[in-house]
Design a protein around this ligand. Structure first.
Ligand SMILES: Cn1cc(C(=O)NCCN)ccc1=O
Length: 115
C-alpha cells in the first residue's frame, strides 16, 4: 500500500533526524563505552544483570536495515543504552559519568530536532 506524499515526506524527515541524531551520538567524546556491544566474556556479571544489551553500532545496523518502524522505537533503543549503563555502573564511575553525559546530550538534541 503506498503512503500519501505527505506521510511519505514526514517519514523521510524522521529517518533523516534519526540519522543525524545517531551520527552525533557516535561522534560525541563520551561515546566510547557505547560504540560497540559490551564484551560479555570480559565483563563479569554483565550477561546476567543486563537482559537487553544495546549499543550504538547495533542501533546503526537496525537503522540501516529499516528496522525502526517509528521514531519512538528508535528513541527507546537509545534510552536502553543509557538505562543499561545506569543499571550496571556506579553514577560516579568513568562509564557511569559518560552515560549521564550522553543521555543529557541526546535529550537536548532530539527535542531540538523533533519537538
Ligand atoms: C557500557 N559499558 C561498557 C563497558 C566496556 O568495558 N566497554 C568497552 C570500552 N572499551 C563495560 C560496562 C558497560 O556498561
Amino acid at each position: 500500500k503506498h503512503d500519501s506524499p505527505v506521510s511519505c515526506a514526514k517519514k523521510a524527515k524522521t529517518v533523516k533526524a534519526q540519522q543525524i541524531l545517531l551520527a552525533e551520538l557516535e561522534a560525541h567524546p563520551a561515546a566510547w563505552p557505547f560504540l560497540s556491544p559490551v564484551n560479555q566474556k570480559s565483563v563479569p556479571g554483565y550477561r546476567k544483570v543486563i537482559k537487553k544489551p544495546m549499543d550504538f553500532s547495533t542501533i546503526r545496523e537496525k537503522l540501516t536495515n529499516n528496522q525502526y518502524l517509528s521514531l519512538e522505537s528508535f528513541i527507546m533503543d537509545v534510552n536502553l543504552v543509557f538505562d543499561n549503563c545506569e543499571k550496571f555502573n556506579e553514577d560516579h564511575s568513568e562509564i557511569g559519568q559518560a552515560g549521564h553525559s550522553m543521555r543529557r546530550y541526546f535529550d537536548k538534541r532530539w527535542t531540538e530536532l523533533l519537538k
